[in-house]
Design a protein around this ligand. Sequence first.
Ligand SMILES: [Fe+2]
Ligand SMILES: [Fe+2]
Length: 240
Amino acid sequence: MNITKESTIAELVAQDYRVTAVFKNKAIDFCCNGNRSIQEVCNNQSLDADQLINELTATMQQGGATNIDYNSWPLDLLADYVEKKHHRYVEKAIPEILPYLEKITRVHGGRHAELEEVLALFNEGAGELTKHMKKEELILFPYIRKMVKAEAAKTTVEAAFGTVQNPIEQMMHEHDTEGDRYRKISALTNNYTVPEDGCNTYRVTLSLLKEFEDDLHLHIHLENNILFPKSILLEKQLNA
Ligand SMILES: [Fe+2]
Ligand SMILES: [Fe+2]
């Protein structure tokens, strides 16, 4: 892929997820604000666009490391994958992280007042994310699978919610909210840095929280940048 200053962050990430390492390094939001071009991002963050393009190109040309080509997957497979990999991970991780976070807030909250806030944010996010995933599992993803079947059978589909763009807009709005929430958690914990007086539980908790945010980024990327735009396109094709 030829990267230009007009290439968008989302396009590049959809092409090769390994570029997220470069974006993370430069604090470029690739997950919820992916529709910006390289040039726009560089203008906003005072970065050198040519240098960024060179780094991205080098990363994409690296051999060896596995880059799963989600872009080539059928949409029903991608929906199954997101549900079985990322939704299940979230369900499993929340009850694992919560007791640790409660414990370090109890023990270290006096000296690290930000932990109260991190705990409140995590709790709120856990509730919201659980509801969000149910909506995807019960409404949006079944419709996507139905569209894939209709395409194979050369029939059309009709959705109770009008067009697929409606639930997708709602889901993307909720992704933005979660993205913001984890940006706050990351800032409050100084990018998950264990303080000098932090114990082992503190270390484990922050590393689990970081893993949770990283997984959320990939999860939201697969939906926002691949599954959702392709579903909108498929619906248009079916009803053309
Ligand atoms: Fe999801
Ligand atoms: Fe989602």
